[in-house]
Design a protein around this ligand. Sequence first.
Ligand SMILES: NC(=O)c1ccc[n+]([C@@H]2O[C@H](COP(=O)([O-])OP(=O)(O)OC[C@H]3O[C@@H](n4cnc5c(N)ncnc54)[C@H](OP(=O)(O)O)[C@@H]3O)[C@@H](O)[C@H]2O)c1
Length: 229
Amino acid sequence: MGSTRGALVVVGSGPGIGSHVARTFSSHGFTRIILLSRDPSRLEEDAKFIRSETPSADISTLAIDLSKTSEIASALAQVDKALNDTPIEVVLFNAARVGPSTLVSWPMEELELDLRIKVTGCYAVAQWAIPKLLAVKNTHKPAFLCTSGSIYKDPIPEVFSLSVCKAGQHNLVHSIHKKYKEEGVYCGLVVVGGVVGDDRPQCNAENIANKTWALYEERSDLEVEILDG
Ligand SMILES: NC(=O)c1ccc[n+]([C@@H]2O[C@H](COP(=O)([O-])OP(=O)(O)OC[C@H]3O[C@@H](n4cnc5c(N)ncnc54)[C@H](OP(=O)(O)O)[C@@H]3O)[C@@H](O)[C@H]2O)c1
């Protein structure tokens, strides 16, 4: 492995898990960071949060709306442009629309929108990222990580739309894990088993970020599950 880290790309950064994972990775030498969400001006707050840990961090904030499938490729091309020659070492897919969905009055269009963000969006980012990660397997520790939830296997009817998406997303990342683990790209899932909050003993964003780092470092299991009592 080379002595210089490549870039970390967080697709769907926010004040919770996204920025905490980026901050934790920055403390381990990932100082080139790209943060993406729909609102790049709000992402400046995430960048500030990361710099509070790692003042030298070189952070770019870019816009992406994963619900607009046809625009994803051009948004990711902006990442390539911003990175110039810096290789991508880690991608975290973290974007989600979290909220209730009522059976069976939830409109089909809303289910489709959720699927576009979390399943099609995850696949689009993997299509873009995996060849780049494979290209650095001999010099870096490439990984494709995805934030998941225990609802992928134990759905909650009141958030059925999110549960359906998490099941599809988990299955997709599991396939990617199976295909690429022997080829040198680690793919893993951070499975959060409860509502994220500062007061949660395990499901707080800082602990989740530390578990994400451990998963990345160990790069053996498909997933780590984080549960409160
Ligand atoms: N929060 C929980 O209680 C909880 C529990 C279990 C699992 N999870 C999982 O954890 C991950 C999210 O972590 P978090 O809840 O702490 O959130 P977070 O990291 O604070 O932020 C996630 C970001 O995703 C972005 N996003 C939403 N829709 C998007 C879209 N269409 N295109 C691009 N970006 C989009 C949002 O930014 P914009 O709105 O600015 O686009 C948001 O800031 C998700 O995978 C979620 O399923 C969360």
